[in-house]
Design a binder for this molecule. Structure first.
Ligand code: ASP
Ligand code: MG
Length: 408
């Protein structure tokens, strides 16, 4: 019998009616003779509600206690879903992360799964039961409850699929797949039938919120086929898988963008060894993550050094730079927090030249000024003024014919 791990997110189990609907879907899968392990999130809004409660008491809640609190959200949904399944005549058992023997490290609120003992789950499956596991949680060696970080139910599902060698890990959500870009920005965005792990990882780290990044990494590492599909509409969704040579591959799979960017420039620093470290050291010490970095060629023995950070860190980064400015003998520190990053993603880039120039030409034709550029093997990112975001995304979507389905 094929084995599927199905994961339902918070919006899919947000009300009793929706939980009933999920139970019906699971029943349909059972009738197709599939073995089913289900992973559920907390009802939508619940994790946020619990966090707010905690913060009313402690500004920085004790992480161990926070995990005890947050894990209750998922515990509610596993019980309710099992009741709904039983009511429909389908035998089912619920498991918290600890009961399912999902062993994690001890890093409360951002724990990593180290092992899963699947003995009990397998026994239940053999008896024809549906197994319902609480997402987002596990236990450490001490038996203390841990959680896996926001969106962590995706990771639970992938980890279970890997441990059980499931045929597929199906992520049911409120969208019907992964799109070429955000349909709210480009209504012509198209659902992708397939995308590679690598591309999905880039899309997720660049701001596409369909899947937790760690879950995609995990799936790629253990080669778990992942499928994103809608809880509410029929359809095949998007399959995330390994690159397949025989498959007709689009040059570009998607356009990701990130609005939460800011850039900082240190002007007129002496061009000598150690300067980059002197600038970025204090930034790292302040716990600020740096994304793109550009250093210009030196003129008159000085150079300009520019980097981008998350917009939330802008003020802090500016502060840090102003403090080290004189020590660096820099001329001045400037910044801009009205910028965005737009990226083309596609494994086809590896084997095709001319993608970057086509990208830059298309943007230039619309009068869009590019402020920074960075590239990797399967991605080209540009930093633009915020006001150009929509225009840039639509322009590139059209230029790379992302609205046209592949002919194969
Ligand atoms: N309930 C958790 C959250 O809201 C985990 C999840 O939904 O994946 O982040
Ligand atoms: Mg989620």
């Amino acid at each position: 019998m094929p084995l599927f791990v199905q994961k339902y997110g918070g919006t899919s189990v947000g009300t009793v009616d929706k939980i009933q609907h999920v139970a019906t879907k699971i029943l349909q899968a059972k009738r197709r003779n599939e073995d089913i392990v289900v992973v559920v999130s907390a009802m939508s809004g619940e994790t946020d509600r619990l966090l707010t409660l905690a913060r009313q008491i402690q500004t920085h809640p004790n992480p161990r206690e926070l995990d005890v609190l947050l894990s209750t959200g998922e515990q509610v949904t596993i019980a309710l879903l099992c009741m709904a399944l039983e009511e429909k005549g389908c035998p089912a058992s619920s498991y918290t992360g600890g009961q399912a023997r999902i062993l994690t490290d001890a890093a409360h609120t951002k724990a990593r799964i180290v092992d899963i003992d699947t003995t009990r789950i397998r026994r239940d499956l053999e008896q024809g039961k549906v197994v319902v596991v609480a997402g987002f949680q596990g236990v450490n060696e001490e038996g203390d409850i841990t959680t896996l970080g926001r969106g962590g139910s995706d990771t639970t599902a992938v980890a279970l699929a890997a441990a059980l060698k499931a045929d597929e890990c199906q992520i049911y959500t409120d969208v019907d797949g992964v799109y070429t870009t955000d349909p709210r920005v480009e209504p012509k965005a198209r659902r992708l039938n397939r995308i590679t792990f690598e591309e999905m990882l880039e899309m997720a780290s660049l701001g596409s919120k369909v899947l937790q990044i760690r879950a995609v990494e995990f799936a790629g590492k253990y080669n778990v086929p992942l499928r994103v599909l809608s809880t509410f509409d029929e359809g095949k969704g998007t399959l995330i898988t390994y690159e397949d040579e025989t498959m007709e591959q689009a040059l570009i799979s998607g356009i990701a963008f990130n609005r939460d960017e800011a850039k900082l420039t240190v002007e007129g620093v002496p061009d000598r060894p150690g300067i980059a470290a002197k600038i970025l050291g204090p930034i790292a010490d302040a716990n600020i993550e740096v994304d793109m970095i550009v250093q210009n060629v030196a003129e008159d023995a000085t150079t300009d050094f520019t980097f981008t950070v998350h917009r939330n860190d802008y003020a802090k980064a500016l502060d840090v730079l102003n403090q080290v400015k004189s020590e660096l003998s820099a001329r001045k520190v400037t910044g801009d927090d009205k910028i965005v990053k737009v990226s083309l993603v596609g494994v086809g880039m590896r084997s095709h030249a001319g993608i970057a120039s086509k990208m830059f030409r298309s943007l230039a034709d619309e009068g869009i000024n590019i402020r920074m550029i960075s590239t990797s093997e399967i991605k080209i990112s540009v930093v633009l003024d915020e006001k150009y975001l929509e225009l840039a995304v639509r322009t590139l979507h059209e230029a790379f014919e992302l609205d046209q389905p592949l002919t194969a």
